[in-house]
Design a protein around this ligand. Structure first.
Ligand SMILES: [Zn+2]
Length: 343
């Protein structure tokens, strides 16, 4: 893999990565401390791709960006519903009164998360962590929050949107971008490919160095999101080897095919490690150290449980392990005698 730059662009600054494609970053208050955003030339101005988290810091950095542009904002595209991507989409789209593009599942899931517990209970959140084998103090820590974390960092979404669909071509000025859907990291994540420029805007679906989180969360505990992810990665190998990949985190790179292969290999290594660990029945909580060597903060615990469960769900659906509910109400996972992967 080859990186096109040796460091991140400074927040508030713009770098032209190709004719009509600008790169910028916004800070994030997490371990992963930045997100890459892009501006692509459209009809009469610039189309924003992802928006940063909804904080006053991000807003003021956007104001600095707007001042540097030679033309107005004419559209907002959001790859997926995570707050660092959709955070200021409503604010930018409504300020400029421009089309707001998202896929259907991402848009409505974002609306549901923004509504929080209006119309939904959280008893199954508790059950989800009990089934994973977490202790009561940890469960209380992860589920007792009163506020809505999502809407505190996502400005209100526009009440209407323009739908992105897999395989459709977006005609933006003289530029044609094909929508390619990736699943698993989020339900219907949009990537954008421009054949003429040979550029893929990959969002979080394909990242260099770090692997996108693939989780089965409490909203759908039995989800086989790892199969979704592994099934929607190979399509990117139909793009040229030398495609420039513009990811949402870390640096733009060339080496799409190798990266797809290594992401697939990474998950298969985790699957093998889990199979080895499940010779005897194990709960999710017992299996976390198999996948994560570092000590987990409570924020990371949420992602870790979901990631571990997505791999276990994959193995259950492949018939490699079986799941049982023990007397304490915890799911245990054990390798099947007939497992082809384990042999
Ligand atoms: Zn994401």
């Amino acid at each position: 893999m080859e990186y096109l730059f040796d460091k991140q662009v400074e927040p508030g600054e713009l770098i032209e990565v190709a004719d009509g494609v600008l790169w910028l970053t916004m800070p994030l208050p997490f371990e992963l401390d930045h997100i890459n955003l892009y501006l692509i030339r459209g009809e009469g101005g610039w189309v924003v791709i992802d928006t940063g988290i909804g904080t006053s810091t991000t807003k003021s950095l956007w104001m600095r960006i707007f001042e540097q542009l030679d033309a107005p904002i004419v559209g907002v595209i959001v790859t997926h519903l995570h707050p660092d991507h959709v955070g200021l989409a409503g604010w930018i789209a409504d300020t400029y009164n421009v089309p707001f593009y998202m896929t259907q599942t991402e848009y409505f899931t974002a609306r549901a998360f923004a509504a929080g517990r209006n119309g939904a209970t959280n008893t199954r959140d508790v059950l989800y962590y009990q089934r994973a084998g977490l202790d009561d103090p940890m469960i209380a820590k992860l589920t007792s929050g009163e506020g809505n974390g999502y809407s505190s960092v996502v400005s209100p979404l526009p009440i209407s949107y323009t739908r992105l669909k897999h395989g459709m071509t977006l005609f933006l000025g003289d530029n044609e971008w094909v929508v390619m859907i990736g699943r698993g990291h989020s339900p219907e994540h949009a990537c954008l490919y421009n054949a003429k420029k040979n550029i893929l805007i990959s969002g979080d679906h394909i990242l260099p160095i770090i692997t996108p989180n693939i989780g089965a969360y409490s909203t759908e505990p039995d989800a086989n999101t790892l199969a979704d992810y592994l099934n929607t990665l190979p399509q990117f190998k139909s793009l040229p080897r030398n495609t420039t990949v513009l990811p949402a985190h870390k640096l733009p790179f060339i080496g799409l095919h190798e990266r797809v292969d290594s992401l697939i290999a990474h998950h298969h290594e985790h699957l093998q490690a889990l199979l080895k660990a499940c010779k005897e029945p194990k709960a999710v909580v017992d299996l976390l150290p198999v996948m994560f060597r570092r000590k987990l903060s409570s924020r990371n615990m949420v992602f870790a449980v979901a990631e571990c469960l997505s791999h276990l769900n994959y193995l259950v659906s492949e018939g490699d392990i079986s799941r049982a509910l023990n007397d304490e109400g915890v799911y245990t996972f054990k390798v099947c005698a007939a497992s082809k992967l384990a042999s």
